[in-house]
Design a protein around this ligand. Structure first.
Ligand SMILES: Nc1nc2c(c(=O)[nH]1)N[C@H]1C(S)=C(S)[C@@H](COP(=O)(O)OP(=O)(O)OC[C@H]3O[C@@H](n4cnc5c(=O)[nH]c(N)nc54)[C@H](O)[C@@H]3O)O[C@H]1N2
Ligand SMILES: Nc1nc2c(c(=O)[nH]1)N[C@H]1C(S)=C(S)[C@@H](COP(=O)(O)OP(=O)(O)OC[C@H]3O[C@@H](n4cnc5c(=O)[nH]c(N)nc54)[C@H](O)[C@@H]3O)O[C@H]1N2
Ligand code: SF4
Ligand SMILES: [Mo]
Length: 718
């Protein structure tokens, strides 16, 4: 590993950009090495919070497996046969290959997949747009459709813009109703709120309640005042039942919202058929619990409902996120302190948005006909677009900061599909399960090497703050930033030179609500505090009429599908995922600090479902799509009828260069998830609620080997 220079000894402050909490870190450098990482106690947002991943950033920086120079594959994907290229040579080669495929098959033949860190690295985020434009393909995929697409869909339909996501005002609420989120492990999502343990404690100390519904009694359940199991995929029914009670008992109080809200009667009618008694069997939540919850929530002075990924990655994700918003609006817990509120970020991506500009369904995926949303297609269609012959077939793929072989449903199927591509290039610092298929890997600088202003997550933060981080380590002469890689490709593909991320930041900050600048932010290494969230409706609404639409037609139409699901039988066992504090989706598994301890890729099962299986034994989990073998952990903390496996593992595939991760290779839950299971309203993958069966793994019989040894012994004796 070579670095041109290292920072001088001293203490430095910067944001961690690994997750949505964007914690301020205090890093001590001695002798060119980071010798201490802790939470910055003076950070205006995170106030000293840090998690183990932040502590592991120096591991990422020093990782000998992290790539620094472009690689070209010279053997099959399973073999580690790669040659290093110079940057210019690599960029020339990649753009020539992409150009050639575009000319022969049209621009849609080149698909793109942007993964999660794309939104956590401001350089990547601010420069990707020009690259996508230069590629000009409709086959644009991102991690959004295995994650928060239903939130965007509901926001677009109800408030007029996909980014108008209401955020729980956790620090001022007295009733936090949480579904399908585990912030004690995830550190919060679509709720940038570093230090959730303290914030939840704050609710309890104010005499408030934290009510959690989840199919697993999670780490967060320990910090709730009330916990209830709920059967996977049934939250829309529960939310409708809450609304049914609220309307039936006249508890609705939209208050000032009523002046600019349409559709109250339509949601009243929509909820009417879903009395608690009708849904309690299906949801597993007793009718009396639902009734009391509805009354308590509606009656609380400051309350907010919040539903996160557990509500998104299911077959009714769009309905769920819509109904969470409806519940907040109908009870007046919206656009008011302690309710769901809209932040006002210093760089406001909505500043220039026009009213009524939402795009949805302008085109559809070629094979399955799933509609686009905001310019992207559902990633459940990726593999079929590659393997189904015909006009418009995907022949090439660009991955950016993504590992879809581990992160999208039927990853094994995608693994096979990638092997058949004419060309693939990955902009990624690791040679992993996905990038091993690339013909060329273009590795960007990352982590402590990049400057950072969190363009996205200040839009989702529970307090209005801003902070800019300088890079800690200068990059070596052999390294490039994401934005330089994009810039090099755009230049070659379209002859255009774009602005730098810094120029775009400067512009955004200047025209934002606080008219700040990089200079001002640089002078405040602990961040600038602009105070708590403020009511901002109806001004901030971006719907064509400037009104809040409580009852969008696509949602009402989708209720029929939910109603029909009530007549279907429930599978005896369904699979859900889980996040772990010392893990970050499919990566950060190559750091010794995070990978210590026992195997974490285990299947959780309630003893009631064990049927003779024993704790610790290897079991085969099988779905329609595939099977994996994994150690079993029996625990009363998962609901009966539910099996639970973390995502992001499965590093044992041939040809990956992740030395440390091999000790925790595990299996990929996405070898079981099914691309046919999709929320047809939004196109989001239904990763949870997958019907599975579990059986003992066959003990490996030594017999055949012995037999053959005996046979060959017998042969030689002849
Ligand atoms: N079954 C199941 N599947 C899931 C989920 C689940 O809960 N259950 N969660 C889903 C969710 S929410 C998400 S967001 C996705 C995440 O899945 P992906 O979007 O595929 O992202 P990661 O698995 O985080 O992989 C990140 C990749 O980015 C690379 N990388 C890291 N930093 C940088 C950088 O600065 N620049 C570039 N260019 N690359 C970088 C890493 O090396 C790695 O290859 O997984 C989804 N898949
Ligand atoms: N340590 C760590 N932090 C992370 C990540 C990570 O991989 N590791 N990933 C980051 C990313 S990309 C994201 S998107 C966020 C996600 O942040 P969170 O949404 O907080 O994610 P999870 O911890 O997966 O919590 C989802 C919860 O939903 C539950 N659940 C599953 N199915 C259902 C259901 O049908 N109904 C209900 N009510 N609950 C259900 C699960 O049991 C789980 O407890 O986390 C981010 N933070
Ligand atoms: S919570 Fe998220 S932002 Fe904070 S230190 Fe951990 S990974 Fe980094
Ligand atoms: Mo995510």
């Amino acid at each position: 590993m070579t670095h041109s220079t290292s920072p001088a000894d001293g203490v430095y402050y910067r944001a961690c950009n690994l997750c949505e909490a964007i914690c301020g870190l205090q890093l001590t450098v001695q002798g060119g090495r980071v010798t201490d990482v802790r939470g910055d106690p003076d950070d205006v947002l995170s106030r000293g919070h840090i998690c183990p991943k932040g502590t592991a950033l120096p591991d990422l920086h020093a990782d000998p497996d992290r790539l620094r120079r472009p690689l070209r594959r010279v053997g099959p994907p399973g073999e580690q046969a790669w040659e290093e290229l110079e940057w210019d040579e690599a960029l020339d080669y990649v753009s020539a290959r992409l150009q050639d495929i575009r000319e022969r098959h049209g621009p849609d033949a080149v698909a793109t997949f942007q993964g999660n860190p794309s939104v956590h690295n401001s350089g990547t985020l601010l420069s990707a747009g020009a690259f996508l434009k230069a590629i000009g393909s409709r086959n644009r995929f991102t991690a959004t459709s295995t994650d928060q697409l239903p939130h965007h869909f509901a926001a677009a339909e109800m408030f007029g813009h996909p980014l108008l996501l209401p955020i729980p005002d956790i620090d001022r609420t007295d009733f936090f109703l949480m579904l399908g989120a585990n912030p004690l492990a995830s550190n919060g999502s679509i709720m940038t709120a570093p230090g959730m343990r303290e914030r939840l404690k704050g609710v309890r100390e104010r005499g408030g309640r934290v009510v959690l519904l989840d199919p697993r009694r999670t780490e967060s359940a320990a910090h709730a005042t009330d916990f209830h199991f709920i059967r996977p995929g049934t939250d829309a029914l529960l939310l409708l039942a809450l609304l049914q009670v609220i309307f039936a008992e006249g508890l609705e109080r939209p208050g000032h919202l009523a002046e600019f809200t349409d559709g109250l009667d339509a949601v009243r009618q929509a909820a009417a058929p879903f009395a608690p008694e009708r849904v309690s069997g299906r949801t597993g939540v007793p009718a009396e619990v639902i009734r009391t919850l509805a009354r308590d929530f509606a009656g609380a002075g400051r309350a907010v409902a919040y539903g996160r990924i557990g509500l998104s990655v299911q077959e009714f994700g769009g309905l769920c996120q819509w109904l969470v918003n409806v519940l907040n609006v109908v009870t007046g817990h919206f656009d008011t302190p302690g309710g769901a509120m809209f932040p006002a970020p210093a760089f406001d991506l909505l500043m220039r948005a026009k009213r009524g500009e939402v795009h949805h369904g302008r085109f559809a995926s070629r094979v399955r006909g799933l509609p686009e949303f905001d310019g992207e297609l559902p990633n459940v269609t990726m593999a079929e677009e590659m393997t189904t012959p015909g006009e418009g077939q995907v022949r090439a793929l660009v991955t950016v900061a993504g590992n879809p072989v581990l992160s999208t449903p039927d990853g094994a199927g995608l693994d096979r599909a990638l092997a058949g591509l004419e060309f693939m290039v990955s902009i990624d610092p690791y040679l992993n399960e996905t990038t091993r298929h690339a013909h060329v890997i273009l590795p960007p600088a990352t982590g402590l090497e990049v400057a950072h202003y969190d363009v996205i997550f200040h839009h989702f933060a529970v307090r209005n703050t801003a902070r800019y981080s300088e890079p800690l380590f200068p990059i070596g002469a052999d390294q490039r930033f994401d934005f330089q890689i994009f810039g090099g490709l755009v230049q070659r593909l379209s002859g255009k030179a774009g602005s730098t991320p810094e120029q775009r930041l400067e512009l955004g900050l200047k025209h934002g609500p606080y008219q700040t600048s990089l200079e001002e932010l640089r002078a405040h290494p602990h961040g600038i505090d602009y105070g708590p969230l403020q009511p901002c409706l109806p001004e901030r609404l971006l719907s064509a009429e400037g009104r809040l639409n409580l009852a969008p037609a696509p949602m009402l139409a989708d209720l029929g599908r939910l109603e029909a699901s009530l007549a279907e039988s429930t599978p005896p066992l369904v699979l859900i995922g889980r996040r772990q504090l010392r893990s970050n989706n499919s990566w950060m598994h190559n750091t010794p600090r995070l990978m210590r301890g026992p195997q974490r890729c285990t299947l959780l099962l309630n003893p009631a479902d064990a049927a003779g299986l024993e704790d610790g034994q290897e079991v085969v989990v099988e779905s329609r799509v595939g099977q994996v073998t994994v150690p079993l952990e029996l625990t009363p903390d998962v609901m009966p009828g539910v099996a639970c496996l973390p995502h992001g593992f499965g590093h044992g595939r041939a040809g990956v260069r992740l030395g440390v991760a091999q000790d925790h290779a595990g299996v990929s839950v996405n070898d079981l998830t099914d691309p046919a299971r999709v929320d047809s309203l939004t196109g989001n993958a239904a990763l949870n609620g997958v019907p599975v069966s579990v059986r003992a793994a066959a003990v490996l019989e030594p017999a055949p080997l012995q037999q053959s040894v005996q046979q060959s012994a017998a042969l030689s004796a002849d």
